[in-house]
Design a protein around this ligand. Structure first.
Ligand code: SAM
Length: 252
């Protein structure tokens, strides 16, 4: 794992967060006066900082030690060594390098939004599936799900996670071109600028009346997504915000 160390905090570096994730960042951590951005490989970045290399095992082991169960709506996301007594539906994930442990606000909001949708028997696309967490949750609720991701390395992790949860979700490398429309619902935890670009494509893959659950949107960039979705024929159904992150639910 490669770490890019920058001077500042989450707030001062906020404008760069979508770029980091777009370039493949797996996570960010605030330390005293610094932010560490974790990447699987080094990338070109347009701002001053210092690269460090961490042994993957060290990074993963430290992270795993600190990992706590996460509740989101009717679900609880657990690592295999966690125990849980509550009534929540368990999603057990082997923590790996793919994004999607349930610890990020966007993943949690997407899980809660999926739980409110009547998706039993519906066709669902999870665009940017990462660990497969959203696809797994949708499959557990009886949807027919395809998860796609441009990062080929996450697909085996998503498949293993689905098997572990006996969730009949399928996964493919790629983006919207790999989808098999029409869909009743698309859930996508990406970032605002990408949603804006993809808005007309969401309209193409959804049935009339279909829904789009979009997150990964920083509140300050929400207006652009709203405009692009409305221009593409969508109407806003609901909005949720946790911290600086927003989830927008649309109907086509
Ligand atoms: N769905 C998981 C969740 O909600 O926790 C993971 C979301 S993670 C923020 C975004 C994922 O989208 C990454 O795995 C990334 O590789 C993938 N991704 C980025 N751009 C994409 C695109 N244009 N099409 C499909 N996947 C994309």
């Amino acid at each position: 794992m490669h770490v890019f160390r920058l001077t500042g905090d989450f707030e001062t570096l906020d404008a760069y967060t979508p770029l980091f994730f777009d370039l493949g960042a797996r996570g960010m951590e605030e330390k005293e006066g610094e932010v560490w951005v974790y990447f699987p490989t080094r990338v070109e970045l347009p701002l001053p900082g210092e690269w460090l290399e961490l042994e993957d095992e060290d990074w993963l082991e430290a992270w795993k030690r600190d990992l706590q169960p996460v509740r989101a709506g009717p679900f609880v996301v657990l690592a295999p060594w966690h125990t849980w007594e509550g009534p929540e539906r368990r999603i057990v994930l082997e923590p790996g390098m793919a994004f999607g442990t349930g610890h990020h606000e966007t993943t949690r909001m997407a899980l809660e939004a999926l739980a409110r949708e009547p998706i039993h028997g519906a066709r669902v696309l999870d665009l940017g599936t990462g660990s497969g967490i959203l696809a797994i949750a949708a499959a557990m609720r009886g949807a027919e799900v395809l998860g796609v991701d441009v990062d080929a390395s996450v697909i085996p992790q998503a498949e293993a996670n689905a098997r572990r949860n006996q969730a009949p979700a399928r996964f493919k490398v790629g983006s919207l071109e790999a989808a098999e429309p029409p869909y009743d619902l698309v859930v996508a935890n990406l970032y605002a600028e990408l949603h804006q670009t993809l808005a007309p494509r969401y309209a193409e893959i959804l049935r009339p009346g279909g829904r789009a659950l979009l997150t990964g949107i920083l509140a300050e960039r929400e207006a652009g997504v709203l405009r692009a979705m409305e221009d593409a024929g969508f109407s806003l159904l609901s909005r949720r915000q946790e911290g600086e992150w927003v989830l927008l639910a649309f109907r086509y």
